[in-house]
Design a protein around this ligand. Sequence first.
Ligand code: UT7
Length: 357
Amino acid sequence: MNTQAYSRILGSGFVTGEVVIDNHRLARVFDTSDEWIRERSGIEQRYFVKEGTATSDLGVGAAKKALEDAKVKPEEIDYIVVATMTPDHYFPGVGPQLQAKLGMGTIPTLDIRQQCSGFVYGMQVCDALIRSGAAKRLLFVGCEIHSNFFPLSKVGWDIVMGRSDAKIDPAELERNNNHRGVLVLFGDAAGALVMGPTEDPQRGFLGYSLHTDGQDMKTLYAAAPGFAYRPYNNQAHIDEQLFVPQMEGKTVFKMAVTKMPESVREVCEKVGVQVSELDLLVPHQANLRISAGVQKSLKLPDEKVYNNIQRYGNTTAATIPIAYDECMKAGRIKPGNLVCFTALGAGFHWGAALMRA
Ligand code: UT7
């Protein structure tokens, strides 16, 4: 076991769904408005995939960009970790598909499912794999297709995707309204990192603060399909639209603005740095107002907090690698910078990861 090595990010990349969907498009299939969505969430647009594109396809796209950025060949990768809550199929996970589509031989793959916290949880897993010597060139992908949660008819899809100017059927509009609080938030995308060891203890991942509280699991969940039912998928699930995520938005909001700053403070304390020493905070992109609340609680100035939810919506496990990639490419993360990642999501799972770039 090589416990001397620390791990760091060697490269990153991301892709989005092919079709940009602005708020006005959504306002044609349920009662909402561009103004409401911007005001409550900061979101201006999101991307949806075209029919036929699967979560693993987005993952492959992001992986290829990260490999190119890291100047690492696919055959050099010796471990794949994937975070997603929207796999192509109920089982197996997306890891095997990514491995096969990228032609990576029989290297191990691991799927983790911590929803919006998937990436901060996964950072600890990847770091541990590298530090133990189990992996030397690791591919870590966060990929999601949320648009397929939409309970739309064919006509509804044609309207959203810009293929039809028809008006939505009033009965469908009414049904869609039941889910409008959730449906406005999410987008399709994937982000990826290539990670590897470094002998420099000053650079790389420094520590984590991770938590789970399953007491209020039903505050944010998709009730069906699932193995709590016999059979695990049935007509009633479809009739009652139980496959669309249900969320008590205000409760999740309050949890996020409390627990995310708490975990940032906790990881800083563990590592022995002050929150004020952070050069950049990359919060999971759930809502611009949540990010603003976290920023205020931590007393960080605007230039130290990165947000891009305006352009992508909430892409769950993909938000953090996308934000990281944008920050790197824009020169907002420089060698030596102290960068903190934080997230909260369904489970509830939440936490923070701290690294020195
Ligand atoms: O990634 C982690 C998971 N998710 C989150 O972190 C999300 C956390 N929660 C939130 O971001 C916010 O709670 C939302 C953006 C989801 C909702 O904002 P809110 O300020 O909590 O609104 P609300 O649910 O309390 O709804 C306020 C009003 C209601 O109308 P009345 O009862 O005041 O007449 C809703 O029916 O807004 C209505 N509403 C909408 N109106 C237009 C709810 N959704 C919509 C909508 N468009 N999409």
